[in-house]
Design a protein around this ligand. Structure first.
Ligand code: PLP
Length: 414
């Protein structure tokens, strides 16, 4: 029972359905919506119109947002290049650097790229594309806890390495990579360091100078901003990173990304970063508390469960667990008033074991019974308690029908 006397596991205490898929996307924060509204109505100017008030207002909004985003990652405003989202930012970073090297006097240095097997498809598929164009790519494995091995990274550099791309936080397991150490290894060797930091932005601290980051992919919709609006941080000095544009046109964004800017989206992205900067310390603690509450209850009330990825190096709002002898898809159907995910939403049309969980050494059964819980800003303790109760109930009912569970129980009782 809660302090107000309501049974927390009853639907009356919470509003259904419950959204617990905050790694796929996040609900818009009302403060973000408010910041966007003028640019969807009266302040509709094109930020590139330099000859009148409408353009100036739009440009001012873009420059405010550029500063707000830069402040969250310790960068300067001029280093933020707006894009349509992190998929585009990842493409621009990797292809942009590869092409710039090919066009430069340094082209003999080569085009070797190092990444990890647990990266998002936006990085892996771009690497595959570059491989088909003759760029050697090394895919680092990860340990059982989901972290890369720094000695393996150190051993993977060659004379020809131009770029390392390692995500700050994994979108399935929430595992945080040792960014400071990776940045140091890259800087010592004069190799550029790119990170897809989509899931980390606004959840854990991220300072481009402390981490020696040269490029960072960001997107608004994972921190309560709008969809279709992203950015690439591109270091301007020491070293000045050169990238070839992928989209040619009016020369916007200092020639790195042409196209009329999405002013309402950018204003919202900026506001989302401003809110995150103010609230991150307190919010991270609250999310970790909710996550641990869910984990502890599931561990206490269910057997044969596995937690995937390091619990120490992990996003505060992430929990990824397998409920053995239960099909993840069937469990999600059983949890119809709770929105969770059985893998990455970005390729959920493909029903195949998650490449991230496989890389952690899980077999197909464990992958197939995995559920990703993504807890976010608007989730409450009552919701977490309700979800825990529903999961325990649904796993129990599915196991009652599962011959595999019965066999496993008989085997352990012997
Ligand atoms: N990178 C990571 C780690 C993600 O989680 C996602 C979205 O799921 C993306 C990239 C793609 O971002 P966007 O939706 O902005 O293209």
């Amino acid at each position: 029972m809660s302090s107000n006397g309501q049974d927390q596991a009853s639907p009356a205490a919470v509003k259904l359905p419950i959204y617990l898929d905050n790694h796929a996307t996040t609900p818009l924060d009302p403060r973000v919506l408010e910041a966007m509204l003028p640019y969807l109505s009266t302040k509709f100017g094109n930020a590139a119109s330099h000859s009148h008030q409408f353009g100036w207002e739009a440009e001012a909004a873009v420059e405010t947002a550029r500063q707000q985003i830069a402040s969250l990652i310790g960068a300067s405003a001029k280093e933020i290049v707006f894009t349509s989202g992190a998929t585009e930012s990842d493409n621009l970073a990797l292809k942009g650097v590869a092409e710039a090297y090919q066009n430069s006097k340094n082209k003999d240095k080569g085009g070797h790229i190092i990444t990890a097997v647990t990266e998002h498809r936006a990085v892996l598929d771009t690497c595959k594309h570059l491989q088909n164009r003759g760029h050697p790519v090394t895919y680092l494995p990860v340990r059982l806890d989901g972290l890369i091995d720094l000695d393996e990274l150190a051993g993977a550099f060659t004379e020809k390495t131009i770029l390392v791309s390692i995500m700050a936080a994994n979108n399935e397991t929430g595992v945080l990579q040792p960014m400071e150490e990776i940045g140091r290894l890259c800087r010592e060797r004069g190799v550029l360091f790119h990170s897809d930091a989509v899931q980390a932005l606004g959840k854990v601290s991220l300072d481009v100078n402390k981490l020696n980051l040269d490029m960072v992919s960001l997107t608004a919709h994972k921190l309560h901003g709008p969809k279709g609006c992203g950015a690439l941080y591109v270091r301007a000095d020491a070293p000045r990173v050169q990238i070839a544009p992928m989209i040619h046109g009016g020369g916007h964004e200092r020639g790195m990304r042409s196209g009329t800017l999405n002013v309402p989206g950018i204003a919202g992205f900026g506001k989302a970063c401003e809110v995150a900067l103010q609230e991150m310390p307190e919010e991270s603690c609250r999310l970790a508390g909710l996550r641990n509450r869910l984990r502890d209850r599931l561990l206490a009330e269910l057997d044969d469960v596995l937690i995937h990825g390091s619990m120490e190096q992990r996003l505060p709002g992430n929990l990824n667990m397998s409920f053995l002898h239960v099909e993840g898809e069937a469990l999600m159907t059983g949890l119809k008033d709770v929105a969770v995910s059985s893998g990455s939403a970005c390729h959920s049309d493909k029903v195949e074991p998650s490449h991230v969980l496989k890389a952690l050494g899980l077999d197909d059964d464990a992958c197939g019974s995995a559920i990703r819980f993504g807890i976010g800003r608007f989730n409450t303790e009552a919701e977490i308690d309700y979800v825990a109760g529903r999961v325990v109930e649904a796993v129990g009912s599915l196991r009652d029908l599962s011959p595999a569970y019965e066999i496993a129980k008989k085997a352990t009782n012997k």
